[in-house]
Design a protein around this ligand. Structure first.
Ligand code: ZN
Ligand code: MN
Length: 146
């Protein structure tokens, strides 16, 4: 995991370069994304921000997340059903473990990813530019609930 403080500074710098005004509400969104605990959806971010700033609009959350995505500061995980989730702590492509029961998403610490990437490239002749690798299953907490 990256240092959330460092990630927050990087995000702020990119947004300032775009002359994006940092309001307290937008800063709250950035802080949540810099940690990206449980890879939040826009709705999850919205609920958390509204605890401190009850007048925040969903549009504010969308606008901030969309701009960060455009700037390469957040990774979007799209799902055919259900809402998309975001990782602002590690915006470059990486594998995810997804619990199909509680929808928790975590980053597995993997050593073999670069081996897998080079093997796939070697065996297909592809020049790989990005990847998406998701593992679906039941997390340890959900396994404990029978
Ligand atoms: Zn679970
Ligand atoms: Mn992640």
């Amino acid at each position: 995991m990256n240092d959330p403080e460092v990630r927050l500074k990087e995000m702020l710098q990119k947004l300032r370069e775009r002359r994006f005004r940092i309001t307290p509400q937008r800063l709250a969104v950035l802080k949540i994304l810099a940690r990206s605990e449980n890879h939040p959806s826009v709705d999850m971010i919205y609920e958390e921000v509204r605890r401190d700033f009850p007048t925040t609009s969903l549009a504010t959350i969308y606008k901030t997340v969309t701009l960060l995505k455009e700037l390469g500061q957040v990774l979007e995980l799209g799902f055919p059903e259900g809402s998309n989730r975001f990782d602002g702590n590690e915006p470059s492509p990486h594998p995810h473990m997804i619990c199909i029961s509680c929808k928790k998403i975590v980053d597995p610490p993997l050593d073999s990813l670069s081996d897998l990437t080079s093997e796939a490239a070697q065996k297909t002749g592809f020049n790989i530019v990005t990847h998406r690798l998701d593992f679906f299953g039941i997390c340890p907490e959900c396994q404990g609930k029978n």
